[in-house]
Design a protein around this ligand. Sequence first.
Ligand SMILES: [Zn+2]
Length: 288
Amino acid sequence: MKLKPSDVSTVIIVNKNKEGSQTLQVKTKHIDRFKHYLLGVLAIITVLTLTVIYLGHQNQQQQEEKDRLVAQLTKLKGEVPPPDLEAKKASTAQGYIQSIEAKLQTINNYLKKRGLKGFSTKAVGGANEADAPKLTDSETYSMYDEYLNRLVHTVAFTPMGYPRVSSLTSYFGYRSDPFNTASAEFHPGIDFRGERGDDAKCTATGRVIFAGRFGGYGNCVRIAHANNFETLYGHLSRISVKVGQEVTVGQKIGEIGSTGHSTGNHLHYEVRHNGKAINPIKFLTLNN
Ligand SMILES: [Zn+2]
């Protein structure tokens, strides 16, 4: 079929160098349609572009909102620690405090059994003292610090431990007289095994109130301590301290011997409370 010239349009494709141009014969109605297609495609591209811009903007807004919330959350986290963690910390601290308090009470009871004052824990709000005033942590700690100071003081000035680390050869109380087995005698202290010249050490900080010969005790040292306690060391071969001298716990006060009413080298040790001899066994360790 032969096309009429009005039905046909000529499309010229021109190269840059304007050589070798080509011509195309296209039906005019196709070119009209092409214009419509082009407009349609342009419209679609425009709509898509606008959509992309809109979504991008929305996404940015959401990101900003998210950042804002994260920042707020971080700030809140910093201000308020998670409640369960805080409660756990508090209960752990409370547990430690109760444990410390229980041990202080144990030591306190040991001291009280020996006629010492110890201390009162009434002011401390323990688990069983609901009416006790609520103390801050630092108030509680400083109170325990004060208790410990009092304990340190009491322990340092209370006869405790061994004047000589060795086995016992004689105990406190009535025993047969080593010089006359037919009769009984009261032994007001305990005897420690030892060789002549071995050190005898004082069992608490105090002041020497006697140092010299004293009847059956032979060479004897007596030391006064706090809370009306006194210790006595007898049968010494040598005395290392003078009356009025301040001595500290563990200090050498003389050397073991067999002076006075004695059958051989040993250390005679007495603990007196309010002037009365008591069983020194109680003071060798704190927990008996
Ligand atoms: Zn003795």
